[in-house]
Design a protein around this ligand. Structure first.
Ligand code: AHM
Ligand code: MG
Length: 300
């Protein structure tokens, strides 16, 4: 039986980084329990102007409290917080970005949602994804699964409520090319280049799979390959998803598994963020398909 801590130690991670990854991933039981009491939508908007579910707020406040008390994080940015948070009394320099509960519109339908986290060694949260020290997500499906990368490939663990440990499920992922895709947005609002990309998938006989939860859709492509996209549109040229909280941590993980991520014209991992809630069009998936998408964009 391989436990999360042992695995991270074997990867050569510094003790404080291990402590931080374990601390956050161990809040997932508390979050699962809180689902039962927080089923309703609140009438509040987050920094991106989206309706917040009660659980968005609960998970956000819970994780900020736990992280703040740990003394492990200097600076933090959350999808549910307007401003960057600084913990002046931290004993470490880690900087953390998070989407406390991605896919939260699916809570009321009991489909899979998850928490996304990215960790920088130091230097603030406004850094390109390529500079991440680690990234991970927890996914609440039939199992609570933790998928993590500390820059040495990608591993998955499953939470065992009996032993209260994360147990290794798979120690090496390699995104298969795959032939399935999921796209966000509304067809009438798509830009011509995106329409061409989708036509290409149709011509190639790709199968459509889209859950409405980015983290779940990325987990699917980690296993089956293909791509997930939330494109820019006529109404929202930068799309819907956020560079810091969604694109970068998942981009880091998929890149570590041999896949890649683009906004159509450039590798998203190289973008220097200008503000915490910056959005970006996203195509994330297996390498060959992403290359093809960039080719389609370059001719559009
Ligand atoms: P969230 O972080 O508030 O859940 O918003 C992001 C979510 C993604 O998980 C998902 O891929 C996308 O929004 C779905 O959007 P849509 O409902 O427009 O398909
Ligand atoms: Mg999200």
């Amino acid at each position: 039986m391989v436990f999360l801590r042992k695995y991270l130690e074997a990867c050569g991670c510094e003790p404080d980084l291990i402590a931080l990854i374990r601390l956050i991933s161990r809040q997932m039981d508390a979050i699962r329990k809180a689902f039962l009491e927080n089923q309703m939508y609140e009438h509040t908007l987050n920094a991106s102007g989206e309706l917040q579910a009660q659980m968005d707020t609960w998970a956000d406040e819970h994780l900020i409290k736990v992280v703040g008390e740990s003394g492990l994080v200097r600076e933090m940015a959350s999808e549910e917080q307007e401003d960057i948070i600084r913990f002046e009394n931290s004993r470490c320099e880690y900087c953390m970005v998070m989407d406390p509960l991605d896919g939260s519109s699916l809570i009321s339908t009991n489909l899979a949602v998850g928490t996304i986290v990215g960790i920088y060694e130091k230097g603030g949260v406004l850094q390109p994804g390529s500079k991440l020290r680690a990234a991970f997500y927890t996914l609440f499906g039939p199992l609570t699964v933790l998928v993590v990368s500390v820059g040495k490939g990608v591993q998955s663990f499953a939470w065992d409520p009996e032993s209260e440990h994360y147990l290794l499920l798979k120690d090496s992922f390699s995104v298969p090319e795959g032939k399935q895709f999921g796209t966000g947005g509304v067809r009438n609002d798509w830009l011509p280049a995106h329409t061409k990309v989708i036509e290409y998938f149709d011509d190639q006989g790709f199968k459509m799979r889209y859950s409405g939860s980015f983290v779940a859709d990325c987990h699917q492509l980690l296993v089956y390959g293909g791509i997930y996209t939330y494109p820019g549109s006529q109404k929202s040229p930068n799309g819907k998803l956020r560079l810091l909280f969604e694109a970068n941590p998942l981009g880091f993980i998929i890149t570590q598994a041999g896949g890649s991520i683009t906004d159509g014209t450039r590798n998203i991992m190289d973008i220097v963020p200008e503000k915490p809630h910056q959005k970006t069009p996203i195509y994330i998936g297996s390498k060959g398909i992403i290359k093809k998408i960039e080719e389609i964009y370059s001719h559009s």
